[in-house]
Design a protein around this ligand. Structure first.
Ligand code: PEP
Length: 358
């Protein structure tokens, strides 16, 4: 089972005061978040965020990198420099960099390689424009963007890559992909990876990005191939960002309710078959099932239903155990989050825990 990951992309929105409020706002609500959470800050603020998140489970990422290790590249920043500030992730191939700064799939592949070579986890963004979608080319575009990276660095490198599917038409527009649209492309991406390596395909996290917010996060993250979100606008306000992070907790609650209903259903079925109504046929006696299946038919129907419920119960049990273990690791780091929040409490102003976007 894959972890849920929520990443904030602040883009070019920050100031020292705003970063302090936003990060402290996020930290104050992280105690009951079971997702892995990171924020991708502009370069000048990496150091400040590194200090603010120290000892917490919140992670830091950058938004871009140069493919070279060092040298005469005025104005550029290398993977090693990013790592020097405690960042573990870096965004590569964001559609704004592809469209505004001419980054081709080949450049994105080289940046992905540079990140991995230095031990950073790249968040590899891929996605189609509206024109490309409307002309039926979504899969061809995704395929080209992804296979260019696979060709350069090999499928094994995807053990250390997070993919973010970001339909360009949904970024910053308020036009979110429907869960069905997003799931279809996520499944396509996973199948594409599976054509090279099934195991890696199953383990690679694929995030959705494009106007994800507190209102739509749950239904998107609940899709089987959507493993979290890359969040732009909604990552600039602590409260909104935290609500998205907590969508995974809602998933836990839904699984718990289904689990309890399955347990009750199983108990009922077992009672029907072995308890008062030892004769299963009699349980359905004069009812519809009795006449349709007869005594033997009803018995085998109940038997099959019990088996199906038992399998579902097993699946929900495994899911709950997974969530519980995730909660525990978050709780372990919660101690340090709390102490850090207390330390910086007087500096934290809840009303300003946001960065205004341009
Ligand atoms: C992004 O920039 O990666 C993004 C998803 O932005 P938004 O959430 O604002 O659409």
């Amino acid at each position: 089972m894959r972890n849920t990951i929520v990443a904030g992309n602040w883009k070019m929105n920050a100031s020292k005061d705003a970063v302090k409020s936003l990060v402290n706002g996020i930290l104050s609500g992280m105690g009951d978040v079971s997702a892995e959470v990171l924020v991708c800050a502009p370069f000048p603020y990496l150091s400040q965020v590194e200090t603010l998140i120290s000892g917490s489970s919140l992670m830091l990422g950058a938004q871009n990198l140069n493919v070279n290790v060092s040298g005469a590249f005025t104005g550029e920043v290398s993977a090693e420099m990013i790592k020097d500030f405690g960042a573990k992730h870096v965004i590569v191939g964001h559609s704004e960099r592809r469209s505004l700064y001419g980054e081709t799939s080949e450049i994105v592949a080289k940046k992905t390689k540079a990140a991995i070579d230095s031990g950073l986890t790249p968040l590899l963004c891929i996605g189609e424009s509206l024109d490309q979608r409307e002309s039926g080319n979504t899969e061809a575009v995704i395929s080209e963007q992804l296979t260019t990276v696979v060709r350069l660095i090999g499928i094994e490198a995807f053990k250390n890559i997070i993919i973010a599917y970001e339909p360009v038409w949904a970024i910053g527009t308020g036009m979110t992909a429907t869960p069905e649209q997003a799931q279809a492309v996520h499944m396509f991406i996973r199948n594409l990876l599976a054509s090279s390596n099934q195991d890696i395909a199953e383990k690679t996290p694929i995030l959705y990005g494009g106007s994800m917010n507190a209102g739509n996060a749950l239904e998107l993250i609940s899709c089987p191939d959507i493993d979290g979100g890359l969040i732009g606008g909604a990552a600039l306000k602590a409260e909104d960002f935290l609500q998205i992070c907590k969508a995974v907790n809602m998933t836990f609650q839904i699984i718990l309710v289904v689990h309890v209903l399955l347990a009750l259903g199983l108990v009922g079925l077992i009672l029907i078959q072995h308890g008062k109504g030892a004769d299963a046929g009699a349980a359905f006696g004069s009812g519809a099932a009795g006449s349709v299946f007869g005594a033997r038919g009803a018995h085998s129907f109940l038997y099959k239903l019990t088996a199906i419920l038992a399998i579902c119960f097993f699946v929900t049990s495994i899911s709950l155990a997974y969530f519980a273990s995730n909660e525990r690791s978050v709780a372990d780091s919660g101690q340090s989050i709390m102490s850090q929040t207390v330390m910086s409490d007087d500096a934290f102003d809840e009303d300003t825990s946001e960065i205004p976007s341009n």
